[in-house]
Design a protein around this ligand. Structure first.
Ligand SMILES: Nc1nc2c(ncn2[C@@H]2O[C@H](COP(=O)(O)OP(=O)(O)O)[C@@H](O)[C@H]2O)c(=O)[nH]1
Ligand SMILES: [Mg+2]
Length: 173
Protein backbone atom coordinates (compact mmCIF):
# COMPACT_ATOMS: atom_id res chain seq x y z
CA UNK A 1 0.00 0.00 0.00
CA UNK A 2 3.10 2.25 -0.07
CA UNK A 3 2.36 4.12 3.16
CA UNK A 4 -1.36 4.47 2.39
CA UNK A 5 -4.00 3.35 4.84
CA UNK A 6 -7.78 3.41 5.01
CA UNK A 7 -7.71 6.95 6.43
CA UNK A 8 -5.52 8.47 3.71
CA UNK A 9 -7.47 6.73 0.94
CA UNK A 10 -10.74 8.02 2.40
CA UNK A 11 -9.33 11.56 2.60
CA UNK A 12 -9.14 11.40 6.39
CA UNK A 13 -12.84 11.00 7.02
CA UNK A 14 -14.91 7.98 7.94
CA UNK A 15 -17.80 8.48 5.52
CA UNK A 16 -16.79 5.47 3.43
CA UNK A 17 -18.94 2.58 4.60
CA UNK A 18 -17.66 -0.13 2.31
CA UNK A 19 -14.33 -0.30 0.48
CA UNK A 20 -13.13 -3.51 -1.12
CA UNK A 21 -9.82 -3.82 -2.94
CA UNK A 22 -9.09 -6.83 -5.11
CA UNK A 23 -5.95 -7.96 -6.85
CA UNK A 24 -6.83 -9.99 -9.93
CA UNK A 25 -4.26 -12.63 -10.74
CA UNK A 26 -4.19 -14.58 -13.99
CA UNK A 27 -7.28 -15.25 -16.08
CA UNK A 28 -10.33 -17.45 -15.57
CA UNK A 29 -10.75 -20.71 -17.50
CA UNK A 30 -14.23 -19.67 -18.62
CA UNK A 31 -16.31 -16.46 -18.67
CA UNK A 32 -17.49 -15.37 -15.21
CA UNK A 33 -21.08 -15.07 -16.49
CA UNK A 34 -23.12 -16.39 -19.38
CA UNK A 35 -22.76 -13.89 -22.23
CA UNK A 36 -26.07 -12.56 -23.58
CA UNK A 37 -27.26 -13.17 -27.13
CA UNK A 38 -26.15 -9.97 -28.88
CA UNK A 39 -28.93 -9.14 -31.35
CA UNK A 40 -31.05 -6.09 -32.19
CA UNK A 41 -33.77 -7.05 -29.68
CA UNK A 42 -31.23 -7.29 -26.86
CA UNK A 43 -29.71 -3.98 -27.98
CA UNK A 44 -33.12 -2.25 -27.67
CA UNK A 45 -33.75 -3.85 -24.27
CA UNK A 46 -30.39 -2.94 -22.76
CA UNK A 47 -30.56 0.60 -24.15
CA UNK A 48 -33.97 1.09 -22.60
CA UNK A 49 -32.72 -0.34 -19.28
CA UNK A 50 -29.83 2.15 -19.21
CA UNK A 51 -32.03 5.02 -20.36
CA UNK A 52 -34.47 4.37 -17.52
CA UNK A 53 -31.76 4.00 -14.88
CA UNK A 54 -32.50 5.81 -11.61
CA UNK A 55 -30.10 6.07 -8.64
CA UNK A 56 -31.09 4.10 -5.52
CA UNK A 57 -33.52 6.05 -3.37
CA UNK A 58 -31.25 5.68 -0.32
CA UNK A 59 -28.47 7.47 -2.17
CA UNK A 60 -30.66 10.61 -2.12
CA UNK A 61 -29.11 11.96 -5.27
CA UNK A 62 -30.86 12.75 -8.55
CA UNK A 63 -27.85 11.64 -10.63
CA UNK A 64 -25.11 9.05 -10.09
CA UNK A 65 -21.48 9.53 -11.06
CA UNK A 66 -19.59 6.68 -12.69
CA UNK A 67 -15.85 7.11 -12.19
CA UNK A 68 -13.46 5.63 -14.74
CA UNK A 69 -9.98 4.97 -13.37
CA UNK A 70 -7.30 2.92 -15.09
CA UNK A 71 -4.13 2.64 -17.07
CA UNK A 72 -3.47 5.11 -19.89
CA UNK A 73 -4.72 3.68 -23.17
CA UNK A 74 -7.09 1.19 -21.53
CA UNK A 75 -10.07 2.78 -23.30
CA UNK A 76 -11.67 5.01 -20.63
CA UNK A 77 -12.27 8.00 -22.93
CA UNK A 78 -13.33 5.70 -25.79
CA UNK A 79 -15.91 4.17 -23.45
CA UNK A 80 -17.36 7.67 -22.88
CA UNK A 81 -17.60 8.14 -26.65
CA UNK A 82 -19.18 4.71 -27.13
CA UNK A 83 -21.95 5.36 -24.60
CA UNK A 84 -22.48 8.88 -25.92
CA UNK A 85 -22.63 7.68 -29.54
CA UNK A 86 -25.25 5.05 -28.68
CA UNK A 87 -27.56 7.62 -27.12
CA UNK A 88 -26.79 10.36 -29.63
CA UNK A 89 -27.59 8.02 -32.53
CA UNK A 90 -24.40 8.94 -34.37
CA UNK A 91 -20.66 8.75 -33.83
CA UNK A 92 -19.52 11.14 -31.13
CA UNK A 93 -15.95 11.96 -30.17
CA UNK A 94 -16.69 14.24 -27.27
CA UNK A 95 -13.75 12.85 -25.31
CA UNK A 96 -10.25 12.99 -26.84
CA UNK A 97 -8.81 9.52 -27.26
CA UNK A 98 -5.43 8.05 -28.20
CA UNK A 99 -1.97 8.02 -26.74
CA UNK A 100 0.98 10.36 -26.59
CA UNK A 101 4.30 9.13 -28.01
CA UNK A 102 5.62 8.27 -24.56
CA UNK A 103 2.41 6.36 -23.75
CA UNK A 104 1.26 9.06 -21.34
CA UNK A 105 -2.37 9.92 -20.87
CA UNK A 106 -4.00 12.17 -23.48
CA UNK A 107 -6.67 13.10 -20.97
CA UNK A 108 -5.31 15.81 -18.71
CA UNK A 109 -8.43 17.00 -16.94
CA UNK A 110 -11.06 15.42 -14.75
CA UNK A 111 -14.08 15.47 -17.06
CA UNK A 112 -17.66 14.83 -16.01
CA UNK A 113 -19.77 13.97 -19.05
CA UNK A 114 -23.54 14.31 -19.18
CA UNK A 115 -25.09 11.75 -21.53
CA UNK A 116 -28.19 12.85 -23.42
CA UNK A 117 -30.67 10.37 -24.86
CA UNK A 118 -31.56 12.27 -28.03
CA UNK A 119 -34.42 9.90 -28.95
CA UNK A 120 -36.10 10.36 -25.55
CA UNK A 121 -35.00 14.01 -25.32
CA UNK A 122 -33.69 13.64 -21.77
CA UNK A 123 -30.41 13.50 -19.89
CA UNK A 124 -29.56 10.13 -18.40
CA UNK A 125 -29.50 9.82 -14.61
CA UNK A 126 -25.78 9.12 -14.54
CA UNK A 127 -22.70 11.05 -15.55
CA UNK A 128 -19.46 9.44 -16.62
CA UNK A 129 -16.32 10.87 -15.03
CA UNK A 130 -13.19 10.43 -17.13
CA UNK A 131 -9.82 10.72 -15.45
CA UNK A 132 -6.14 11.11 -16.23
CA UNK A 133 -4.63 7.71 -17.00
CA UNK A 134 -2.33 5.93 -14.63
CA UNK A 135 0.84 5.26 -16.61
CA UNK A 136 2.68 1.98 -16.66
CA UNK A 137 5.90 3.73 -15.61
CA UNK A 138 4.11 4.50 -12.31
CA UNK A 139 5.01 8.19 -12.43
CA UNK A 140 1.58 9.47 -13.37
CA UNK A 141 -0.34 8.55 -10.25
CA UNK A 142 2.15 10.27 -7.97
CA UNK A 143 2.80 13.17 -10.34
CA UNK A 144 -0.66 13.94 -11.66
CA UNK A 145 -3.08 12.36 -9.27
CA UNK A 146 -2.03 12.95 -5.70
CA UNK A 147 -3.76 11.44 -2.66
CA UNK A 148 -5.90 14.51 -2.11
CA UNK A 149 -7.16 14.67 -5.70
CA UNK A 150 -7.95 10.96 -5.62
CA UNK A 151 -9.81 11.37 -2.33
CA UNK A 152 -11.87 14.29 -3.64
CA UNK A 153 -12.52 12.35 -6.85
CA UNK A 154 -13.82 9.30 -4.96
CA UNK A 155 -15.99 11.57 -2.79
CA UNK A 156 -17.44 13.19 -5.93
CA UNK A 157 -16.06 16.56 -4.84
CA UNK A 158 -13.69 17.33 -7.69
CA UNK A 159 -14.98 20.12 -9.95
CA UNK A 160 -15.64 19.35 -13.58
CA UNK A 161 -12.67 20.09 -15.87
CA UNK A 162 -10.27 20.16 -12.91
CA UNK A 163 -6.83 20.25 -14.50
CA UNK A 164 -4.56 17.90 -12.62
CA UNK A 165 -1.48 18.99 -14.61
CA UNK A 166 -2.23 22.64 -13.83
CA UNK A 167 -2.44 21.82 -10.14
CA UNK A 168 0.96 20.13 -10.35
CA UNK A 169 2.54 23.15 -12.05
CA UNK A 170 0.98 25.42 -9.46
CA UNK A 171 2.33 23.28 -6.61
CA UNK A 172 5.81 23.30 -8.11
CA UNK A 173 5.99 27.02 -8.80
N1 LIG B 1 -8.65 -2.51 -30.11
C1 LIG B 1 -9.26 -1.67 -29.28
N2 LIG B 1 -8.76 -0.44 -29.15
C2 LIG B 1 -9.38 0.41 -28.33
C3 LIG B 1 -10.53 0.05 -27.60
N3 LIG B 1 -10.91 1.10 -26.83
C4 LIG B 1 -10.03 2.07 -27.11
N4 LIG B 1 -9.11 1.67 -28.00
C5 LIG B 1 -7.99 2.45 -28.54
O1 LIG B 1 -7.00 2.59 -27.51
C6 LIG B 1 -6.41 3.87 -27.57
C7 LIG B 1 -6.51 4.57 -26.23
O2 LIG B 1 -7.87 4.75 -25.90
P1 LIG B 1 -8.36 5.89 -24.90
O3 LIG B 1 -9.84 5.79 -24.87
O4 LIG B 1 -7.76 7.23 -25.22
O5 LIG B 1 -7.76 5.34 -23.53
P2 LIG B 1 -7.66 6.08 -22.10
O6 LIG B 1 -6.27 6.58 -21.96
O7 LIG B 1 -7.96 5.00 -21.10
O8 LIG B 1 -8.68 7.17 -22.07
C8 LIG B 1 -7.11 4.65 -28.69
O9 LIG B 1 -6.28 4.64 -29.83
C9 LIG B 1 -8.39 3.87 -28.90
O10 LIG B 1 -8.82 3.96 -30.25
C10 LIG B 1 -11.06 -1.28 -27.76
O11 LIG B 1 -12.05 -1.67 -27.17
N5 LIG B 1 -10.39 -2.09 -28.63
MG1 LIG C 1 -8.43 9.24 -21.73
Amino acid sequence: MEGKNAQTIANNHNNVVDLEVYLVKGTLDRPWRDPPQWNSQFSIEIKSLISNYEPFEDAQTPVSNILLIGQSGSGKSSFVNTINSIFKGKISSKACTGRRVNNQSLTKDFMRYIIRDSAEKKNLKFRICDTVGIDTNQTSLSKWMNDKDLGYMLDGNLPNQYTVIYALNKQNS
